[in-house]
Design a protein around this ligand. Sequence first.
Ligand SMILES: Nc1ncnc2c1ncn2[C@@H]1O[C@H](COP(=O)(O)OP(=O)(O)OP(=O)(O)O)[C@@H](O)[C@H]1O
Ligand SMILES: [Mg+2]
Length: 204
Amino acid sequence: MHSSSELPTPRQSWIAERRDAAVATFTAKIPGIYQANIELDPDVAAWATGRSDCPSLFLTGPIGVGKTHSAWQATRQWVHHQFGASYRGTPVVESWRSTALFDALRPDADGNSGRAMVKHLQRVDLLFIDDLAAARPSTWTQERLFEIFDERYINRRPVLVTCDVLPSSLAEVTGDRVRSRLAEMCRGGVVLLQGADRRRSAAA
Ligand SMILES: Nc1ncnc2c1ncn2[C@@H]1O[C@H](COP(=O)(O)OP(=O)(O)OP(=O)(O)O)[C@@H](O)[C@H]1O
Ligand SMILES: [Mg+2]
């Protein structure tokens, strides 16, 4: 039997209900092959559960090592942990593959200028960009990327980036100003996943 002092308060129950709903909504957005629960690298798990000093996470490592899978599962845990003592409402997470993001930021996408998109991505609680070095943005898209990162940088809003190169090697993709901001945002939050290409072992 639990004593009454151990029972959750009505507020705690209310927050737990919202947490479970938010995690379920997020889980439904995870692509099929990344749905499985995996054991996370300890530093990734520390970020996901709010035990890292750095609010952002930069996941790097060779092809197929598990960066994208780790990022989706870490984000799911991150969402869960936003409902603790510092609860401030259901967090808004945006997840984008860099190729799709750069397409969406182009002025001709769906006949709009991409402005609303920039504003939204400046403000969301977590911006997850998968495989940042995979796409080559135009100068115009680099400018939009700068607007997004600069606003997030000055407001200390977290980003989660997966990439097969280190932040210091990103200038060609993001431009120098984004590279510099990203390096500071992810200082203490760069995790190198090491190991074999898991796609090869799966095929063996
Ligand atoms: N910890 C894990 N346990 C079991 N399977 C895993 C684990 N991490 C990743 N995988 C599987 O390995 C494969 C490759 O993972 P993933 O796509 O995350 O690699 P990646 O590092 O993002 O690769 P790329 O650099 O090509 O984007 C996927 O099928 C994924 O589900
Ligand atoms: Mg990947």
